[in-house]
Design a protein around this ligand. Structure first.
Ligand code: NAD
Ligand code: IPM
Ligand code: MN
Length: 353
């Protein structure tokens, strides 16, 4: 069998606490399915490394990662010591751009056994995929502050969308929707207020969608779309959004399923020209770091998405089943209303595999 080369980057804060559980479950899946991993443990892309060296990553970071099949990533950010825009533009956002990981796939699911903050929702009623554009849009460094320090100070920050960039994420979302039973795609927009880029984005959705007549399309302004995530989550199947809209929706969606501690993500370069990156949606959570109480499921589920992308569907399915069983009746962390610590929950999932 093939050996998968995986770069392991825990990063900061609870990234360092959930990563061992992610690895524990990957190793359990490897034993059961005869998969071989070669892990390269990387201490850079962290604020600790920044404090020692003055940069987030070594100059040859790209060369060091180039031969890897995937990157398994915890979380970066420690605002007490390094400004967030410095740590994130120096690591995660650089990976997404320079490895052209233009799809950020973020599943949202309500599991049995998890208390849902929405009244009367049952497992199965919240089950959709957020497809977030991951390399352009509102995330740019184009702009600046003028007349700084005066009462005429102004700041401009551009958003950039390309036809190439919009079409490829829309195509991915239409393909995904076409392959699902409901064949329904929601396009996040804001074509009333953001009157240049968003009508344009809608036009690209129409143009790309013309090739997918079996997919029903619903364009929704981001404001009411957010309300419907809460009030009518059953409307959603696949949701495609620009970078910032997708960022917001992918914390809101998981919050409606109980906790963001469950939410995984896959930063994909579908063409496989570069390694893809698998990480929890959540960050380094400085407020709970050091107590070993973080929920490891987002990390573990991200590992399952990595196996799926590598072609190991059976291993993915086994991990997801073990997560389901643990959430239904096993030990659970505090964000799920339980008492278990990070390690106990990771071990429970690994043992079921
Ligand atoms: P956060 O996701 O780190 O935390 C938000 C809240 O959710 C906190 O109360 C935290 O305790 C809780 N939480 C998060 N993950 C949890 C888990 N697994 N189990 C239980 N509770 C959990 O968001 P933030 O506070 O906005 O950001 C903190 C730092 O993380 C910042 O430096 C930020 O830039 C960074 N960040 C990094 C990533 C990433 O690496 N992908 C994502 C988001 C934020
Ligand atoms: C995420 C995070 C990042 C983002 C931050 C840390 C830059 O919130 O992965 O969702 O905004 O993309
Ligand atoms: Mn986010």
């Amino acid at each position: 069998s093939k050996t998968y080369k995986i770069a392991v980057i825990p990063g900061d804060g609870i990234g360092k606490e959930v990563m061992p559980e992610g690895l524990r479950v990957l190793e359990a899946a490897a034993r059961r399915f005869g998969i071989r991993f070669e892990f390269t443990h990387i201490a850079w892309a962290s604020c600790d490394y920044y404090q020692q060296t003055g940069q987030m990553m070594p100059d040859d970071w790209k060369a060091q990662l180039q031969g890897q099949d995937a990157i398994f990533f915890g979380a970066v950010g420690w605002p007490a010591t390094v400004p967030d825009h410095v740590s994130l533009w120096g690591s995660l956002l650089k990976f997404r751009r320079e490895f052209d990981q233009y799809i950020n796939l973020r599943p949202v699911r309500l599991f049995e056994g998890v208390p849902c903050p929405l009244a009367n929702r049952k497992p199965g009623e919240i089950d959709y995929l957020v497809v977030r554009e991951n390399t352009e849009g509102e995330y740019t460094n184009l702009g600046g502050v003028m007349y700084a320090g005066t009462d005429r100070e102004i700041v401009i920050q551009e958003s950039v969308y390309s036809r190439f960039g919009a079409d490829r994420v829309l195509k991915y979302a239409f393909e995904l929707a076409q392959g699902r039973p409901r064949r329904h795609l929601t396009v996040a927009t804001k074509s009333n207020g953001i009157a240049i880029s968003m009508p344009w984005w809608d036009g690209r959705a129409d143009a790309v969608g013309a090739g997918y007549p079996s997919v029903t399309v619903d364009k929704q302004h981001i404001d009411i779309l957010s309300a419907r995530f809460v009030l009518q989550p059953g409307r959603f199947d696949v949701v495609v959004a620009s970078n910032l809209f997708g960022d917001i929706l992918s914390d809101l969606g998981p919050a409606t399923t109980g906790t963001i501690g469950l939410a995984p993500s896959a930063n994909l370069n579908p063409e496989r020209n570069f390694p893809s990156l698998f990480e929890p949606v959540h960050g380094s959570a400085p407020d709970i770091y050091g107590k070993n109480i973080a929920n490891p499921v987002a990390m573990i589920w991200s590992g399952a998405l990595m196996l799926q992308f590598l072609g190991e569907q059976a291993a993915h399915d086994a991990i997801l089943k073990a997560i389901e069983q643990t959430l239904a009746s096993g030990p659970r962390t505090r964000d799920l209303g339980g008492e278990a610590d990070t390690t106990e929950m990771g071990k429970a999932i690994a043992e079921l595999i």
